[in-house]
Design a protein around this ligand. Structure first.
Ligand code: ZN
Length: 201
């Protein structure tokens, strides 16, 4: 059977759902485990946005992933359009790469800060966005479920958020080889799931 374009919105949605599933399963082995109902909910509320002017955001009842925003455009085109002045410094430049920035307060954090992404590697850029936004979903869900034990989860980009996001980045994204293996598996699984849908439709 013919494989579909992996960059269609429907295939990207499957790709992102595969990331979310693996990321939440991984958190089961950490202090940030969510109950199954909240893991299922994350997949249900996911919305994939392709608006070039749109952004990504997440809370306890929302996960919006923009796969076409300004940082994705920069990765596609090899540009640094829209970046703050501070990112003009030479440490944020590397031949053949675009520096994908994180929230200013922690962009230099070695585990969860900004990252060099190869020009054209939109899967890498989208993985960063999914793990970032999913960390917000986890932080707000943990705090809602256990307000007394997760006091550090209140601040949107505070310590609790950074702990979750760092764990996910280290597991799935920061190492080049590990990341490539995961990305291939998520793309292949998306294609496989799509073909099963086609057979039953
Ligand atoms: Zn954020």
């Amino acid at each position: 059977m013919q494989s579909k374009n992996p960059y269609s919105t429907s295939m990207q949605t499957l790709f992102i759902k595969n990331i979310i599933t693996d990321a939440l399963d991984f958190l089961d082995h950490t202090e940030f485990a969510l109950p199954q109902s909240d893991k299922d909910k994350a997949l249900r509320i996911l919305k994939v946005n392709t608006n070039a002017n749109g952004g990504s955001r997440a809370g306890r009842n929302t996960i919006v992933i923009n796969i076409n925003g300004w940082q994705k455009q920069n990765v596609k085109n090899g540009k640094a359009t829209g970046q703050r002045k501070k990112f003009k410094a030479s440490k944020y430049k590397k031949n053949g790469y675009v520096y994908v920035v994180e929230y200013s307060s922690y962009t230099d954090d070695p585990k969860c800060g900004g990252m060099f992404v190869k020009i054209g590697d939109v899967d890498h850029a989208n993985l960063i966005t999914v793990l970032h936004e999913l960390s917000h979903y986890v932080q707000h869900t943990l705090r809602h479920n256990n307000p007394d034990s997760f006091l550090n989860m209140k601040k949107p980009h505070g310590d609790g958020f950074k702990q979750i996001y760092s764990a996910l980045r280290e597991q799935f994204c920061n190492d080049d080889l590990v990341r490539a293996i995961y990305i291939n598996s998520w793309i292949e699984l998306a294609d496989h799931i799509d073909q099963i849908f086609d057979q039953v439709a």
